[in-house]
Design a binder for this molecule. Structure first.
Ligand SMILES: O=C(O)C1=C[C@@H](OP(=O)(O)O)[C@@H](O)[C@H](O)C1
Ligand SMILES: C=C(OP(=O)(O)O)C(=O)O
Length: 431
């Protein structure tokens, strides 16, 4: 072992499957010709919503009793017959499914919770209209969204991914189902690693997207072939146990997340390295070892625009560091389950921590953390990020612990299993 290699006996974390990979794989399997197998899928509110939406679209998804794998009987084309589609809180459902239905036939009405209705959808709708889709809004907002589908021709399309990369991912995944090839030119783009994930998974299902010039993606209209896919643990979820290692001085290993991961959010461990943790990204696993006593180095500035789901994991523990930490590039994090920049600033203020923030950045100053009630805003990541800070016995209480169910229903149980001396027993209403 080298000096920088984690040494104490690692705690082995059980991290559920990636939400982003599960929901992409569900869509691609539904569009494919043949029967696909998705192994170790995430079972959470977002993926159940996606699965139920596909069922409403006439796709058969059979689960084994303990969800070891899901069998998806592909349609081999877009859906037909029309349906009402409930997207719940899932941004992936609201952004990936409308292009899929537009490539099919029939009338579809998409809706979701008040939280989802508040999130942007217009650039996707406008892109679909430019492709020739007939769309309508009911009630004047972005959702409910109606799509009257009669298949789509390809051609040339410019897409604005400046608010969310999910618009582009949804359009790219629908492209092989169009009547002719499509070339997409990307104007503005946040969260680029998710586009690489989309294209990598499209290839796993037999499609051939090509980006010969950066920002210009050509997509043959050759459909998808069924496949058998093992879904990696979720790297955004893993950020909480890696941060937990950093603040407790323990070592945590996540098996199944290695250097070939499709998920950009694994890059969060590099931010922890800057904060003084030791990190090893192996072929099949990643290990983070906290500095003794859970000491954190501050006094740095980091752009987390490409891995913005993990910025709250860092910001929540930043008061424990020995200097201020500034996170940049996170304007689009204001458009998620909550305004995450505001939610972090507000909750840290409740803990007596000083912050400064602007449209797309926040600085967290070091200092004592006082007991507080954390306002989760029904945002799973606010709940999970502050649970990690809470490992330092600071008297933090979440106002809505069960909101973690969006991506990790068993979060509190797993945190307690790994850190029984630091994390409380899970609340009665969570697994
Ligand atoms: O494509 C995806 O699976 C996701 C893309 C990201 O959203 P944005 O592109 O809106 O940043 C991320 O925040 C979200 O949790 C999942
Ligand atoms: C932004 C998120 O989710 P969604 O897929 O709903 O966009 C998230 O999980 O942090």
């Amino acid at each position: 072992m080298t000096a920088s290699t984690p040494t104490d006996t690692p705690l082995i974390a059980r991290i559920p499957g990636s939400k982003s990979i599960t929901n992409r794989a569900l869509l691609l399997a539904a569009a494919a010709d043949g029967v696909s197998y998705l192994r170790a899928p995430l079972v959470s509110e977002d993926t159940i919503a996606f699965r139920e939406a596909l069922t409403a679209l006439g796709v058969r998804v059979n689960a084994t009793p303990h969800d070891e794998f899901w069998e998806v009987v592909g349609l081999g084309r877009g859906p037909s017959g029309g349906a009402d589609i409930w997207c719940a809180d899932a941004g992936t459902a609201a952004r990936f499914l409308p292009p899929f239905t537009a490539a099919g036939h029939g009338s579809y009405l998409f809706d979701g919770t008040a939280q989802l209705r508040a999130r942007p959808l217009r650039p996707l709708r406008e892109a679909l209209e430019r492709l020739g889709a007939k769309t309508g809004s009911e009630g004047g907002g972005d959702l409910p969204l109606r799509i009257d589908a009669d298949g789509l021709d390809g051609g040339e399309l410019t897409v604005d991914g400046g608010l969310s990369s999910q618009f582009l991912s949804g359009l790219l995944m629908a492209a092989p189902l169009l009547r002719s090839p499509l070339t997409v030119t990307v104007r503005e783009l946040v969260s680029r690693p998710y586009i690489d994930m989309t294209m990598a998974l499209m290839r796993r299902f037999g499609a051939e997207p090509a980006e010969r010039t950066p920002g210009v993606i050509s997509l043959p209209a050759d459909g998808y072939r069924a496949t058998d896919l093992v879904i990696e643990p979720d790297a955004s979820t893993a950020s909480y146990v890696f941060a937990a290692a950093a603040v407790t001085g323990r070592t945590v290993t996540v098996p199944g997340l290695g250097r070939d991961s499709l998920q950009g959010d694994l890059g969060f461990v590099e931010v922890l390295r800057t904060a003084g943790a030791r990190v090893e990204i192996g072929e099949q696993s990643t290990t983070v070892a906290g500095a003794p006593g859970g000491a954190l180095r501050g006094g740095f500035d980091v752009d987390m625009g490409e891995i913005s789901d993990t910025f709250m994991t860092l910001a929540a523990i930043a008061p424990l560091a020995d200097g201020p930490i500034t996170v940049r590039g996170i304007g689009h994090a204001r458009l998620k389950e909550s305004d995450r920049v505001e939610a972090i600033a507000q909750n840290l203020a409740a803990c007596g921590v000083e912050t400064e923030s602007g449209r797309d950045w926040i600085t967290v100053h070091p200092g004592p953390v006082r007991p507080a009630r954390i306002a989760c805003h029904r945002d799973h990541r606010i709940a999970m990020a502050f649970s990690v800070l809470g490992l330092r016995h600071l008297g933090l209480v979440l106002d809505d612990p069960s909101c973690v169910g969006k991506t990790f229903p068993g979060f509190h149980g797993e945190l307690h299993r790994l850190f029984p001396d630091h994390a409380p027993l899970p609340p009665a209403d969570t697994p």
